[in-house]
Each structure stands twice: as C-alpha cells, then as structure tokens.
Design a protein around this ligand. Structure first.
Ligand code: SAJ
Length: 442
C-alpha cells in the first residue's frame, strides 16, 4: 500500500463519520467513546467482558463520569459495545485504553497492552491509525506495538499510523473533561502524528503534538511523578514537623500564601489510586535497564509507603496517653476510599492502615458511605453505622479519607479521641476549641 493511503487518513478522521474502535471500556475508554460519538464518529467499543458490553448496550453506565443519559445519546449516535476484535477491520482509528497495573514486585504489568495489541494487529488493515493511551514506560508503543503490526506486513508510517497519547481523565473532576483537557500526541512518523492530531481534534479543543511516542509516554510519567514526589515531600515535612513539635498544616497554609513559586500539597495517610502510586514505577523500571536510578521516585515511594505506619504510630501515642495499648483497643477508621468523595479503593492507604491495626490486635471497624464492604486478607468488613452511640464506643477514630459528606462537628463532639490524617476536623476544632484536645493530626 502506498503512503498515499495514510495521506488520506487525516481527512477521513476529520470527516463527518469515521469509524473508531475503542479497546477497553473503563474510566478512560468509555468517556472517550461518548465524546467521539458526540463528535459524529461511529464508535465501536471493544472489551473482554461480555457482561459489561451487554450492560452498556442496555444503556447502563458503570463509570461515574458518564450518566446513562450520556450513554443513551452515544448509543443514539450508533455507539455499541462488543467482544469481537474483528470490528477492528472496520475502523479508521483504534484507541487502546487498557489497564497497566504493577506486579507485586512493583514491576510493570503490560500484559493487557500485549493482549489488546495482538487482538488489534490480528484484524488491522492498511490505512488505519492505532493509538495507545494506557500509561506505560517510555518505548512501549514502538518496542511492543509496532512489531505486532509489522509482523502482519503493516509498515508503520506507510501502511498504518501508530501513536501514543496519554490519558488525562480525572474521575470526578467537575471542571476538566476530555473536551477541555489538552491532549498530547506523539506519532512514530510525522504522518502518524498528523493522523492522531486529526482524530483527537474531534473531541479535544487543544491537541499538542510532540516528536515521538516515547516523548508522549514520558510526558505522562513526568506529570504523575511530579505529583507523587511532591506528595512525598509534603509527607516528609509532616514527619519533620512531628519531630519539631510543629503543626505541618499551619506551615503549609502559610507557605501557600506565596502567590508564586509554590504549589501546596497535603500530607496524608499514604498514596492511593491507579495512577500516582503506580505510574512513576514504570519510569523507574525502564531506567533500571539503563543502569540509572530514578532516585526521587524511589525516595518519594519510601516516604509515601511509610505514611500508613506513621498514622499507626500517632494512634499508639494517643492511646498511650490514655494508658491504653493498641491491643484490644476499639478503633474506627473513618473513610476508606483512596481519596475523598469517590468509592474507588485501588491502592487505598486505608487498607494498609487497617492491616497494620489488625497486626497490632486492635479491634477495627470502618465507616465509609461510598464503600459498603471491603475485604482484607480474606476477612470481610462492612461499613458500620455512624451515630453518636457507636462513635463513643471507640477508643479512637482514625480519619483516613475526608469525604465532604462527613459532619466533622458531629464527629468531633461524639468521639473520645481522633487521629486526623487529613486535617479534616480543622474547622470543627476552631468552632469548638474546648474539644480540640481530642484531636491529633499527623
Ligand atoms: N494525595 C495526597 N496529598 C495531595 C494530593 C493527593 O496525599 O496533596 C493522595 C490522595 O489522597 C490519593 C493519592 O494521593 O490517595 C492520589 O491522589 P490524586 O489527587 O493524585 O488523584 P488521582 O489518583 O485520581 O490522580 C489523578 C491523576 N490524573 C491522571 O492521571 C489523568 C493525576 O494526574 C491528577 O493530577 C489527579 O487525578 C488530580 O489532580 O485530581
């Protein structure tokens, strides 16, 4: 096939109704399907879970940011979900949005990318664009996906276009969505980049091309390593202020009055989620092959990973002041999701905190309206009721996740002791200074 096939691709991708296949219908893929369908594209969702596809085709969204009404509109534009990779042959563009977790060894697990890549390559044809969005180590697009296409006789940059474009979906973000979040794209060749710019120009107001896929892969890792390292820094300041007998929250609040050159981050009980604690390890892993250590990543990880233990140390101090050992103390963990106002438990530090408490033979319960049940080492927990009667039964309450729905005046008034890992009770303590002595922040 001549490169003229690719030279027509941008025009096709800008046309009224190109066909786009999105592989992986999770919190990244489904919003992309909806936005592309809204742009007029014929969108086919491809997933390995038949039940999920049936649910989506029945108009029920499993992603918080996509309502059933939005899904219905997408279906009105022809969106449908399925498990047959043969639909790839119909596509002008294929976008891969599959998970990239870490193995227990904190090494990358790109098995989902490999499986999706093989399924796509098996049905790919000349004149298509293939984009990888899954966060991964620099080099994945060209070292893993390109050979799969080339093995099928599809020359990248001639028969098919190949690019990487980092996902920037921020679940629950009321202000930024796909349309108004600038999109970085990096093609293997200029023709590949041109096709990717044309595709994303349909659903993103700003598209920012960079020179290669590895550059685009590294952009994402810088974004999230920046966040992980700065959270690690502020967590270390929490430990420093603890040593110096200072209030780290007061220090941060005052530092944040500086209108330039400073960005406030908050100490916490540790790092949760599917991005921040994971993405930087993809970079660190790649660099080890270059005999280079990403020291900031390793150090920040060491500090962030210590925070759940630090919470327990503070709790042990608080109980000690009451002459109580951790053992057999009744402890309520308040909020267990990995961050406020969501139900996502992935890598949640609350799991570490509860595991540590169990190891110290404390009697642990939790309350989180977003998380009805959870399991730790085969032991199942259910969220307990939050009433004045139940709260007063606990020797201490540990605030791990500061959901907006919590009534902190009520929690402060009803709890005997509070270890506050989010400074969530700050305003309540100001309103009831006579109760402030009950609270220890980390
Ligand atoms: N955390 C802190 N202190 C902070 C900020 C976060 O301890 O100052 C903790 C959170 O409690 C959570 C973890 O870090 O356990 C991650 O929190 P996050 O706010 O970074 O939220 P995520 O994991 O949803 O990160 C996503 C990322 N978005 C994408 O990768 C597209 C990240 O790049 C965004 O910056 C972040 O959302 C965001 O700003 O909300």
């Amino acid at each position: 096939m001549s490169s003229s096939e690719l030279s027509h691709l941008p025009a096709r991708l800008r046309s009224a109704r190109p066909t786009v296949v999105v592989v992986g219908l999770g919190y990244v893929g489904l919003p992309l399907c909806v936005e592309l369908a809204e742009s007029g594209a014929r969108v086919l969702g491809l997933d390995v879970h038949p039940g999920l596809c049936a649910q989506l085709n029945a108009g029920r969204s499993h992603v918080g940011d996509i309502s059933d009404a939005q899904l219905a509109r997408a279906r009105g534009h022809g969106f449908e979900a399925g498990i047959d990779p043969a639909v790839v042959a119909e596509a002008d563009a294929v976008i891969i949005c599959v998970p990239t977790p870490l193995r227990r060894t904190k090494d990358p697990d790109i098995s989902y990318i490999v499986a999706a890549g093989q399924a796509v390559a098996a049905h790919a044809r000349p004149g298509q664009l293939v984009v990888l969005e899954s966060t991964t180590y620099p080099g994945t697009t060209e070292e893993v996906l390109a050979p799969m296409l080339e093995e099928r006789g599809l020359r990248v940059g001639v028969d098919v276009a190949l690019a990487f474009s980092p996902e920037r979906v921020d679940p629950g973000n009321p202000k930024y969505g796909i349309r108004n979040t600038p999109k970085v794209v990096g093609g293997v060749t200029p023709a590949c980049s041109e096709a990717a710019v044309a595709l994303y120009g349909r659903c993103c107001d700003t598209v920012h091309p960079v020179s290669t896929p590895a550059t685009a892969e590294t952009v994402k890792l810088l974004e999230n390593t920046f966040r992980m390292v700065n959270i690690g820094l502020v967590n270390e300041f929490a430990l420093i202020c603890d040593q110096l007998g200072l209030d780290v929250w007061e220090v941060i609040e005052a530092a944040a009055t500086k209108p330039f050159g400073f960005m406030p981050f908050k100490p916490g009980p540790g790092l949760g989620g599917h991005c921040i604690p994971i993405d930087p390890h993809y970079l660190a892993w790649k660099l080890r092959a270059h005999n280079f250590t990403a020291r900031f990543v390793e150090l920040a990880d060491a500090i962030n990973s210590k925070m759940p233990e630090h919470v327990i140390e503070v709790l042990a101090d608080v109980l000690n002041d009451d002459g109580r050992p951790l053992k057999n103390s009744r402890v309520l963990v308040l909020g267990v999701a990995y961050k406020a106002d969501i139900s996502d438990m992935r890598e949640s530090p609350a799991l570490e905190v509860m595991t540590h408490l169990q190891k110290k033979h404390a009697r642990v319960d939790y309350h989180d309206p977003y998380v009805p049940t959870l399991t730790i080492e085969e032991q199942r927990f259910a969220s307990v009721e939050l009433t004045a009667e139940t709260l007063v039964e606990y020797d201490a309450v540990v605030v791990v996740t500061d959901h907006k729905c919590f009534d902190w005046d009520f929690v402060l008034a009803s709890s005997r002791r509070i270890v506050d890992a989010r400074n969530a009770t700050r305003a309540a303590r100001t309103r009831a200074p006579e109760l402030a002595h009950r609270v220890r922040t980390i």
